[in-house]
Design a protein around this ligand. Structure first.
Ligand code: ZN
Length: 388
């Protein structure tokens, strides 16, 4: 069996519509779609996300909707942000479950990333809501002052529960978004420099310059495939292959109708993700920084298998805007035997080994030398390693 080596495709989980306390789809009554499940949300639903992150050694993005976390009714100041407008009253959603869930998110922050999704998810102008919060169905951004007020409210509601800092990533509500339309610039002023959303629903996006991503200004904008399940289906057990870097889902998918049994759904997702991440061509990204850098190298860094090594050329990567991109990347080398590695034009930071189907999959984390455009990873069989 020959040795194979490649820069694997990173995998990042993104979970939409986290933050509702009611699960009810209220769209027939001028209320939001919410998560569309037949029960309220409970702190155990937040624990499920953290547990998924911990079990997989990753940091799933929880794309948050925060209006039902508003315990001071500040959203009265932005009447288009909720179905109650200027008489917004969230008192029935306020209770000790908020502190409990906030503590879960704070204590679990190594294994969950808060992502900006929205405040009320839709836009209530002239009575009836239209979709969606940040752009309308024709890709027109909502008025700039409304956008700014929502971002301010999002920050203040985070502060009400000590859930900050403000996120650095964003998922547009109802995937309504315009590339180059100004929202990415406003968000970047607030520290958000990463967006994921389905390309097919983006207005104004030219043919992406890189297979799965492009840059709106300096903001990496990454494609997302359709969910594996309908948005409101609860307790879904995944199967099949992950063929795309972003694994988008909606909150109910990873929960259970009985929240005491959330762990069963989480375990199925964790097993699925781990099995996919062990494959030679894929890598579970540990966090969003690793994801964006690995994705950039997966697409842009040229690699050539030659003799007992892999030649890397980062010239294509060097042409990208460098927002949170680095020369740290992972290479997977699959061989019949345990290998040891040396690098030229790079530093080897870590080597992990995993036995799979009779071969050894080595995950080699390197940092390429920023002063050079070429690097080479070489290997040889570890003569002491047969028994390990
Ligand atoms: Zn949503």
């Amino acid at each position: 069996m020959p040795v194979t080596a490649d820069i694997p495709m990173p995998i990042q989980v993104v979970i939409d519509d986290v933050g509702w306390w009611s699960g009810r789809n209220g769209s027939a009554d001028n209320e939001p779609y919410r998560t569309g499940i037949a029960r309220d949300h409970v702190p155990a639903d937040y624990q499920a996300i953290v547990d998924l992150g911990r079990a997989t050694g990753t940091r799933p993005q929880a794309a948050m909707i925060l209006c039902e976390w508003d315990k001071e009714n500040i959203l009265r100041e932005v009447p288009t942000a909720t179905w109650m407008g200027a008489s917004w009253d969230n008192s029935r959603r306020v209770g000790p479950w908020m502190d409990e869930a906030a503590a879960i998110m704070r204590e679990g922050r190594e294994h969950v990333e808060l992502t900006l999704h929205g405040v009320g998810h839709e836009y209530w102008g002239g009575g009836r809501f239209t979709r969606a919060e940040w752009h309308d169905g024709e890709g027109r951004m909502r008025p700039r002052d409304e956008v700014l007020k929502r971002l301010d409210c999002f920050r203040r509601i985070l502060d009400q529960h000590r859930l900050g800092p403000f996120p650095t990533s964003f998922v547009p509500c109802a995937f309504m978004h315009r590339f180059g339309g100004g929202l990415a610039d406003i968000l970047r002023d607030h520290g958000v420099d990463f967006i994921s959303t389905p390309y097919h629903s983006i207005f104004g996006l030219p043919t992406p310059r890189w297979r799965w991503f492009d840059f709106d200004g300096d903001t990496m904008t990454v494609d997302r495939p359709g969910d594996r399940f309908d948005w409101h289906q609860i307790g879904q057990l995944p199967s099949g292959e992950i063929t795309h870097p972003t694994v988008g889902m909606h909150w109910p998918h990873v929960l259970h109708a009985d929240p005491a049994r959330n762990g069963e759904t989480v375990a199925a997702w964790a097993a699925f993700l781990i099995e996919q991440g062990r494959q030679p061509g894929k890598l579970l990204a540990r966090d969003n920084n690793e994801f964006r850098t690995q994705l950039a190298h997966h697409v842009c860094t040229t690699r050539t298998l030659r003799d007992h090594g892999l030649d890397l050329d980062v010239t294509g990567f060097d042409r990208l805007p460098r927002t949170h991109l680095s020369l740290n990347l992972a290479i997977k080398v699959t061989a019949p035997d345990k290998l040891i590695f040396t690098g030229r034009g790079m530093r080897i930071d870590a080597v992990a080994r995993d036995r799979s189907n009779g071969s050894v999959v080595h995950t080699v984390r390197i940092q390429a030398d920023p002063a050079r455009s070429h690097a080479r990873l070489e290997w040889q069989v570890d003569q002491d390693g047969f028994s390990s």
